[in-house]
Write a protein that binds this ligand. Sequence first.
Ligand SMILES: *Cc1c(COP(=O)(O)O)cnc(C)c1O
Length: 406
Amino acid sequence: MDVRDATLCLKSLGEDGIDFTSLTVPVNRASTIVFPTVEEYQKRRQAIYDGYSYGLYGTPTSRALEHRIALIEGAARTLVLPSGFAAITLTTLACVQTGQRVLFPDSTYDTVRPFAEQFLAGLGICSSYYDPMIGAGIADLLEEDVALVWVESPGSMTLEVQDVPAIVQATHKRGIKVAADNTWATPLRFKPLAHQVDFSVYAISKYLGGHSDVVMGSISMSDPALYRRLKDFSRYMGYGVSADESSLVLRGIETLAIRLDRCEQTALRLARWVAEQSPVVEVRYPALPTNPGHYIWKRDFSGGTGLFSIFLAPWARPFLAEAVESLELFAIGASWGGTRSVVAVLDRPPVRTATVLAHEGPIIRLSIGLEDAEDLHADLARAFALLKRRHDEEVADDRAVQATSL
Ligand SMILES: *Cc1c(COP(=O)(O)O)cnc(C)c1O
């Protein structure tokens, strides 16, 4: 029909079926999704699992991202969510009911503890923490009420590598599900589903996104029925992701393998060097033989990534801020897995309730980026020299004070 200008500004251009192909996945922005017939519109609810019904439940761009992650994971289905933490909470809420219990490793991502104490507890869901190195010993903790066991290997900040196959075996024997936060390893270094883990969870915000500009999470599963249950829960929680951000992650994943290789190479070299520096008590990096569970890492993982932690002697504490702020190539921040190097500073050791972390000093965590390894080494060497100089000055001052008081 003939229409006026105001309508010409809006009328559908009928670009469907346009003869154009590029190498990239198009960005399909949508809230409303339209249907050719009333009948298809009426059936739209059934499309939330596989098709398209409303922008919140999926667009071709977000589905392409889910498909891509499922391919790398060897998963039947993957569900993307607005954050890594949303993936953790959704998995937990979909598996554990009032009166039941969830187990977390003592080395768990730090927001888990307040979530458990202030949110799950309010729903009548109990949580317990276990020694991340427990392995098959998890069997002793699997009381009647346990409905889900989380693993995070290696653990946040302290990087203990868990015996995931042993934990899965013991847990499945009791018919209990296992979820893995596999953010550190990415599906290129460890494949939880290949070890029969039920849910493989990522903070896509880290290596998969890979450029420090997207917050997103994912859950991958071998069982399509579990996918449907999680997709339903995701709908009840109102979770969805944007096509624009999905497209950024699709781009990030294209370089994941090459980024990880580079990060791993530089990280291994720097971790070995850092371990020899004077205020350093211990370096936590799964590829180092001293790391808890190193032999498990060698057995189960195909490589390392770029994140490691440094346990410092308590004497470093007063000078640490100055040394960290003197770094020119490491930005101070909490997140990681991007192209630029980042340093996180923990003034107190992380909370432990099931085990004892025998370390009193401060901890710093480095996320190694794609900068030249020599430059990163020089930057760190300057900062460690500064720490040592400040310490030596203090010792000299103390001696001078003692000398004058004698
Ligand atoms: C960052 C992170 C999360 C949370 O992911 P967000 O996308 O920031 O919500 C969960 N687990 C681990 C191990 C993480 O590093």
